[in-house]
Design a protein around this ligand. Structure first.
Ligand code: MLT
Length: 365
């Protein structure tokens, strides 16, 4: 029987892997893979936003979050093997995958070597290149520095590169969360991961063999894997779309979740609706024509209606948030209210409701 919820433990290869599994059993599955040295909680916002329409899984990579370190050296190949075994244990034959940075290295390696296991790919703030000799050298220096100065110092050095400058004014909570994820990672795991990152092989040569639809997302201010890196991958993957996320650095899903989720939801809906819909979305990017996203708009409207009814019937204390909604959510088509606004509005209502439920567990049902 499938376990649903957070921090579920499951035996994978030689380790216990911790994962979150939300959404309906029968829905299309998406698996999220986090960056270095973070953990699955970096995807909380995306899990929340997708779980009504998809089965959404986010897991902690070996040595990160609550997953065991194991007794062997790390490599991207080992992480890929863990991913495939994890899918086997959960009886998932095929899935969509989304990886950010190190998660993207794993996702690319996995899809290039095991294409039969994946139906679509989201590459966020990542790259297909191997480390340059200078980058390898920096990783070895980081290993020495962690031994001498501890993990806090590593976090001090990493954080300014992970976020856009403007996030230091707007996203203090996200920065604090990322710092907590970093300092929670054990020294041993950091050493192992830095070696694995330094030793990873390039995956650019096989980009042209990727057959599934691919969404490439990158923060406009990403200093680690900048937009040019994303453009390079897009120009080499046949069925790929590129989204550059404003107001974001390397952790675009945390820095601008509204835009990130909007792009992700739109892509997922197009994948879900089959080849014609995907073709349409791809054509729209190449010709810059306006696409008819009627179905996506309908879905969003019905999700908003659903949540509005829940609030009216069960949580009248939250009615004030409904009052702050855009003047009208179009029952009929209203070009003034874009899908983006609808998506942002839905995400914020959902976040308000979930926060309220968490803070008032006794009110549930
Ligand atoms: C990450 O976010 O996973 C790292 O920036 C990856 C890297 O250091 O190459």
């Amino acid at each position: 029987m499938r376990n649903i919820g957070n921090n579920i433990m499951i035996k994978v290869n030689d380790i216990n892997v911790s994962y979150n599994d939300e959404g309906h059993e029968e829905s299309p599955i998406i698996i999220f893979i986090h960056g270095f040295p973070l953990n699955k909680s970096m995807w909380d916002n995306q899990v929340e936003s997708l779980k009504n329409h998809y089965r959404v899984i986010a897991y902690d990579i070996r040595g990160h979050g609550n997953t065991d370190l194991g007794a062997i050296d790390f490599s991207i190949d080992l992480f890929v093997n863990d991913l495939l075994t994890f899918m086997d244990v959960l009886k998932i034959e095929k899935s969509i995958i989304c990886g950010l940075s190190m998660g993207g290295y794993i996702a690319l390696n996995a899809i290039e070597n095991h294409p039969e296991r994946f139906t679509a790919l989201i590459l966020s703030d990542t790259s297909c290149t191997a480390d340059s000799p200078e980058a390898k050298e920096k990783r070895m220096i980081a290993i020495e520095s962690i031994k001498e100065n501890g993990v806090e110092k590593l976090a001090d050095g990493l954080i300014p590169n992970l976020f856009a400058d403007e996030s230091f004014k707007r996203n203090l909570k996200e920065i604090q969360n990322a710092r907590e994820m970093i300092v929670k990672t054990s020294m041993q795991s950091l050493h192992h991961s830095l070696h694995a990152l330094a030793d990873r092989k390039e995956t650019c040569v096989k980009l042209s063999e990727i057959k599934v639809p691919v969404l490439i997302i990158v923060g406009k201010e990403d200093k680690i894997t900048p937009p040019d890196t994303a453009r390079f991958m897009q120009s080499n993957i046949k069925r790929s779309l590129l989204s550059i996320i404003e107001h974001s650095g390397h952790l675009s899903n945390l820095e601008n979740p509204y835009e990130f989720n909007y792009q992700l939801t739109k892509f997922m809906a197009s994948v879900n609706q089959g080849s014609n819909k995907i073709k349409k979305v791809f054509e729209e990017q190449s010709t810059n024509k306006k696409v008819n996203f009627d179905q996506i708009e309908k879905d969003l409207n019905s999700k908003i209606l659903e949540i509005t009814i829940i609030i009216k019937n069960k949580y009248p204390e939250l009615l004030k948030y409904l009052d702050e909604m855009p003047a009208t959510i179009p029952a009929e088509k209203n070009p003034e209210i874009t899908l983006k606004n609808l998506s942002a509005y839905y995400d914020s209502l959902n976040a308000v409701l979930n926060k309220y439920k968490l803070e008032h567990p006794n009110l549930e049902n």
